[in-house]
Design a protein. Structure first.
Length: 332
């Protein structure tokens, strides 16, 4: 455990000195992953699937504030939709504007959650985002989770129906709109994933707010377990099309990711929890104090003792004080 704490302290020191570059790299990698996965969702060749456009956009995402990351991802989603058809692009623009106005504008602490959710869903670990955000106890982050799940399903179904939409004449608006929206809104996988993520987020947030000992670890384990149970149950009840083995592996991997985040963000030593009591003239206070985990290796002070004797310092010359000044006056 001491080695892990030393690694954590070393990481924090390194981040404090190189945080600007780390933030740039993290935002750029997240943006590249989101845009690259989006390009793979749309078959064929279009301008927004070109790496020479994705890489500069990822670099730009690393430079600008993190609140602009969902805007860049939305711009690429709208661009892909316009490559499918003008009506699809207009629908995507309206959806992104509605999501930003209803959800993202109200979520200021975790703007990257709406991008992390589809990225982790594409990697097969969608439970990592709701469980990690549940540890932060930010209830409004549930809106970002909903927006991220819907954006992932919309892009996935739109890309899958790209050829079918292109085969329908553009003047048949209702038929084309049915292919653009119908599969996404009626997708049982989206509904089950959304309910599972919200259940994991609510459970983790509730356990973290309860203040019980080992709350982060318990919240991570139960949150990932609830997500897996929801997906497995929904797979049989609504024929959502989940791979049960992949769901279990993804829940375990999500727990590992959330555990690493909890260790870096909430290092607490519940074994030394203290219940303290204070009182004044008006109230009595009951406080639960949980110390943070720290590495004490740096507090060790080792002195090297050599055999060489330190030479005594010469005493100040008292005669110098009795010397007469040049003007002839007596010294003090």
């Amino acid at each position: 455990m001491e080695k892990l704490l030393e690694m954590r302290e070393g990481f924090r020191k390194w981040y404090s000195s190189s945080g600007v570059y780390v933030d740039f790299a993290a935002k750029a990698l997240l943006a590249f992953a989101a845009l690259f996965m989006m390009a793979r969702a749309f078959p064929g060749e279009d301008v927004f699937s070109n790496l020479f456009l994705i890489i500069p956009a990822a670099v730009l995402a690393g430079i600008v504030p993190i609140a602009a990351l969902p805007v860049i991802a939305a711009a690429f989603l709208v661009g892909h939709a316009f490559c499918v058809g003008t009506d699809a692009g207009v629908y995507a623009l309206v959806i992104c504007a509605a999501l930003y106005g209803l959800f993202l504008h109200n979520v200021r602490k975790d703007p990257a959650a709406v991008v992390l959710t589809p990225v982790f869903e594409g990697l097969g670990v969608p439970a990592a985002t709701p469980v990690a955000l549940g540890l932060r106890q930010n209830v409004s982050a549930a809106l970002s989770i909903c927006a991220g799940c819907f954006a992932y399903s919309f892009a996935d179904k739109l890309g899958a129906n790209k050829e079918a939409i292109a085969a329908i004449p553009e003047n048949e608006y209702i038929t084309r709109a049915g292919l653009i929206f119908g599969d996404a809104l009626k997708d049982p996988k989206l509904i089950v994933t959304l309910l599972a993520c919200l259940a994991a987020f609510a459970l983790t947030t509730g356990i973290q707010k309860s203040g019980i000992n080992f709350a982060p670890a318990i919240g991570i384990v139960l949150g990932c377990a609830v997500y897996a149970v929801f997906c497995i149950f929904g797979n049989f009840a609504a024929d959502a099309g989940f791979n049960v083995f992949a769901v279990i592996i993804g829940a375990v991997a999500a727990g590992v990711i959330a555990g690493i985040y909890a260790f870096l963000e909430f290092p607490t030593d519940f074994a030394r929890t203290q219940l303290l009591e204070f009182e004044d003239d008006d109230f009595r206070y009951y406080v639960k104090a949980v110390p943070r985990l720290h590495s004490y290796s740096e507090l060790k002070n080792i002195k090297k003792v050599s055999d060489k004797k330190v030479s005594d310092k010469k005493a100040p010359d008292k005669k110098a004080a009795d010397k007469k000044p040049k003007d002839g006056t007596k010294g003090a």
